[in-house]
Design a protein around this ligand. Structure first.
Ligand code: P6P
Length: 330
């Protein structure tokens, strides 16, 4: 059984950039994931780590203590490996320069991250996750990083993935050569290949959407929901929604389902963030043989305008996403 490092080396000829740097990127990600996994797994035991930090984050959301912990752990882990020059995080208003100008090494990777997505589920023991997205800086070294280094289209990603902290801890990633999942053996702290070449199955089974917002959905979304519930062909589909993007996505990619977070009257641009939620999940979706759009256009082709911009987000099997887009067009 391959470890993550062995798998990367075995497939180094399929990765366009430096394998040594990719190994160092993953070394940072694995270290941080194990530290967060340790805290998530005992969240119910220590008052100090569950619940609200009392801080309202940039999103205007009540920051959970574990959100802040996860944010800090990733920053420190990337700093210590000297492979990342800048980070944009859901928990930070502006991007963070990791390597100051003039320092001896000039790493070229940019990371955008949601350190702990779905954190409102921490106190109720529902799976949560980290989502990451990696680019190569555009501003030439040794110039200062600019916001443009972070506002690249999703089709420029060189690496994207997530860690799901659930019944087991699984790291799932793509570098553009398929989607692969690695399960953590916590007894020795090693990630082993457990889900090679993940792809959406041919059979569609599930639709995931917060139907509590039904009254506020666009008509095309309402029609698609009714389509999912019709007794016809291989429908009705099963409704599954846990309010944690990583958990809903991981289940749907394995079992065959569509995830929908559309715009609503309350969230006219949608709720999910383009840069560190939708772009990485869209890259994974396409690499798993699926389709990801905002209901009309491909997510990976959207030109970002600011770090925390939101977008309507639909991802899943091509046929299901295309059928939803048909309803949106009518
Ligand atoms: P709602 C979690 O806050 C999150 O960003 C995603 O993980 C999740 O899919 C979505 O929001 C849930 O939002 O409005 O349905 O509670």
């Amino acid at each position: 059984m391959y470890t993550l490092g062995e798998f990367i080396i075995e497939n180094r000829d399929r990765f366009l950039y430096s394998t040594e740097e990719l190994l160092r990127l993953f070394s940072s990600i694995k270290l941080a994931a194990k530290a967060i996994n340790k805290e998530v797994n005992k969240a119910g035991l220590t008052e100090k780590i569950i619940g609200s930090s009392g801080i309202t984050n940039i999103q205007g959301e009540n920051q959970q203590k574990l959100d802040d912990f996860a944010h800090r752990v990733f920053i420190e882990s990337f700093k210590s490996r000297n492979v990342v020059c800048g980070i944009a995080s859901e928990e930070s208003k502006d991007f963070i320069v990791i390597v100051e100008k003039g320092e001896k090494e000039n790493p070229k990777y940019i990371v955008l991250i949601d350190p702990l997505d779905g954190s409102s589920n921490i106190d109720v023991n529902v799976s949560i996750g980290t989502i990451f997205s990696v680019y190569i800086r555009r501003t030439p070294i040794p110039m200062d990083l600019t916001i443009e280094d972070f506002l690249q289209k999703g089709n420029k990603q060189i690496l994207a993935g997530y860690i799901i902290y659930g019944s087991s801890t699984i790291l799932v990633y793509t570098t553009g050569n398929g989607v692969h999942g690695f399960t953590l053996d916590p007894s020795i702290g090693t990630f082993y290949l457990s889900h090679p070449n993940l792809r959406f199955p041919e059979i569609e089974r599930i639709y995931s959407i917060n139907e509590g917002n039904y009254a506020k959905f666009p008509n095309g979304i309402k029609k698609f929901i009714k389509y999912c519930q019709e007794k016809k062909e291989n429908r009705p589909y099963t409704a599954r929604y846990i309010g944690s993007l990583v958990g809903d996505f991981h289940r749907n990619m394995i079992q065959g389902g569509i995830y929908i977070y559309p715009k609503t009257e309350h969230s006219p641009e949608g709720k999910l963030r383009l840069l560190y939620e939708c772009n990485p999940m869209a890259f994974l979706t396409e690499q798993a043989g699926g389709k990801a759009s905002d209901g009309k256009k491909r997510i990976l082709d959207i030109k970002p305008l600011n770090l925390h911009q939101r977008t309507p987000f639909i991802c899943g099997p091509v046929r299901m996403v295309s059928k939803l887009e048909e309803f949106m067009d009518r």
